[in-house]
Design a binder for this molecule. Structure first.
Ligand code: SAM
Length: 211
């Protein structure tokens, strides 16, 4: 799928992965590959949070041989979907844990990389959402409260406890949220770099703790 060398089954109703997500995940994979050359013996610990089908974590597992990936997802049926996709892609079970969790609640270790495509659609912008999205995507994958930032706030508030020293958080958002995200990040001691997608709008960020 999207040139990342993975197969994704969506038969249990998980969110359909988007090309915009595949783009930034590809960039992060290249970054981890570069880091692997500098630290050849290291096993990278990665968390795919808001995992859905497991698309992001699977892309990491398939493309970074020296990685171990945990998946966190709230919906029991998508936990099954992730397990199904791990089998479909013949991933060695010793490289993964699939955790049913409300954001970080049941997550207990630290990671070199936390990758997130959280629900970030603002309820107040529902009128802009295409009918096909409302009909086909699970509601739990879309809505991030009135301003769309409910889960991004929780990510930034709590990620510090789950990142290893020098670790990075990557997350996707909606372009009009950029300024507010910058403010939230600063209040939780994160320094952000913002990146655009193929449509030339800001779509994802790299976050690093500055204290
Ligand atoms: C936009 S989808 C992303 C799925 C996948 N990562 C991708 O990019 O294709 C967001 C996912 O977050 C899950 N989710 C929603 N609220 C959550 C919460 N509080 N804790 C963990 N996962 C949650 C949804 O069920 C959904 O599967």
């Amino acid at each position: 799928m999207f040139g990342l060398g993975i197969k994704i089954d969506l038969s249990l109703g998980a969110f359909q992965p988007r090309v915009e997500t595949a783009e930034w995940v590809g960039t992060v994979i290249n970054k981890i590959k570069r880091e692997s050359k500098k630290q050849p013996g290291k096993t990278w610990r990665v968390l795919d949070i808001f995992a859905g089908s497991g698309f992001i974590g699977l892309a990491i597992l398939k493309n970074i041989s020296n990685s171990k990936v945990d998946f966190a997802e709230i919906k029991p049926q998508f936990i099954q979907q992730i397990k199904l996709n791990l089998k479909l892609n013949q991933i060695d079970p010793s490289r993964t844990n699939v955790i049913q969790s409300d954001v970080f609640e049941n997550v207990s270790r630290r990671y070199d990389y936390v990758l997130a495509n959280p629900p970030y659609v603002a309820q107040k912008r529902k009128f802009l959402v295409q009918d096909s999205v409302l009909e086909n995507d699970p509601p739990s994958a879309l809505w991030g409260g009135e301003d769309g930032l409910r889960y991004i706030r929780r990510l930034l508030r709590n990620s510090g406890k789950y990142l290893a020293a020098g670790g990075f958080l990557y997350f996707e958002f909606s372009p009009e949220q950029k300024n507010e995200i910058e403010e939230i990040a600063r209040s939780y001691n994160f320094e952000l770099d913002f990146f655009k997608d193929k449509n030339n709008v800001f779509r994802w960020a790299e976050a690093k703790r500055f204290s």
